[in-house]
Design a protein around this ligand. Structure first.
Ligand SMILES: C[S@@+](CC[C@H](N)C(=O)[O-])C[C@H]1O[C@@H](n2cnc3c(N)ncnc32)[C@H](O)[C@@H]1O
Length: 253
């Protein structure tokens, strides 16, 4: 049966096609590289892609559209990309929305990094770079004209300061225009977690707090937990999203 990736809204034909090609490559390389569970991997791969589609729409409506704003340019870092989730799916969906995203997929394991380069060559794939390193241990490229930054993390736990502190190593100098908004989006279970509990364990500063990380200074705009509405079709397999927002301040550390 043909895989379906739509969750609550139809996807553009190009989107469905490239996600189908991505799923096929996940399955083709799974045995050698161990990208998704090997039990019922066809259904698992489809379910994970759908989960990322539903999660993207939830983030976009609650936070993403406002973060990206009318300039529609975004610098994205997906930390611990593994087989490309959520980065590949989110970049396809950002493209569908007309957002110009410059993305880096950060993955220290070489075989997985190879796979990420490989799927980047699929017809219709979104453009991105792959950084074969742990976050905060290697440089990428300066943040130049983008007005918003997005971090995504799925199945990788890093504290707020480890994520924001890594920016100074990755990008060298702060962007020329302070005031850049930053969303950190972490995939979470839909039950058994609370926004307050996550904020405490990930050391997410409260709204209004000024904080430094890696010689750059930020102001926190708070954090929240987005969970799928019980009635949505992806509720059973959906993901919770813990979203924290920061703004880069003008003064250096
Ligand atoms: C459990 S996998 C999750 C992969 C993918 N995000 C997903 O949900 O399918 C976590 C990945 O993070 C990578 N990783 C571990 N520590 C990391 C770090 N400090 N920075 C970036 N990636 C890291 C691992 O190599 C691994 O591929």
């Amino acid at each position: 049966m043909k895989a379906r990736f739509d969750v609550g809204r139809p996807l553009a034909a190009d989107t469905t096609q490239v996600l189908g090609a991505y799923r096929a490559e996940l399955l083709r390389w799974n045995r050698q590289i161990n990208l998704v569970s090997r039990r019922d991997s066809e259904a698992v791969a489809e379910g994970l892609i759908r989960q990322c589609v539903g999660a993207f729409d939830r983030w976009w409506e609650a936070s993403g559209a406002e973060l990206v704003g009318p300039t529609a340019t975004l610098r994205m870092f997906d930390l611990g990309s593994g087989g490309g989730l959520p980065a590949f799916v989110w970049l396809v969906l950002l493209k569908e929305r007309g957002v110009k995203a410059r993305a880096t997929l950060v993955e220290p394991r070489e075989k997985r990094a190879w796979f990420l380069e490989h799927i980047g060559r699929l017809p219709g794939a979104p453009g991105y770079d792959v950084l074969t390193a742990r976050w905060g241990e290697a440089a990428v490229a300066a943040i130049t004209d983008e007005t918003a930054i997005l971090f995504t993390l799925k199945a990788l736990r890093l504290s707020e300061s480890a994520i924001l502190g890594g920016l100074a190593v990755a990008a060298g100098a702060p962007p020329p225009s302070p005031g850049v908004g930053i969303d950190i989006v972490r995939f979470q279970p839909t039950t058994g977690v609370t926004a307050a509990g996550l904020a405490a364990s990930l050391e997410t500063p409260p709204a209004g707090a000024r904080h430094g990380a890696g010689f750059w200074n930020f102001e926190s705009r708070g954090s929240r937990l987005l969970v799928p509405a019980a009635a949505t079709p992806d509720a059973a397999r959906g993901a919770g999203l813990f979203v924290s927002r920061h703004v880069l301040l003008r003064e250096p550390g």
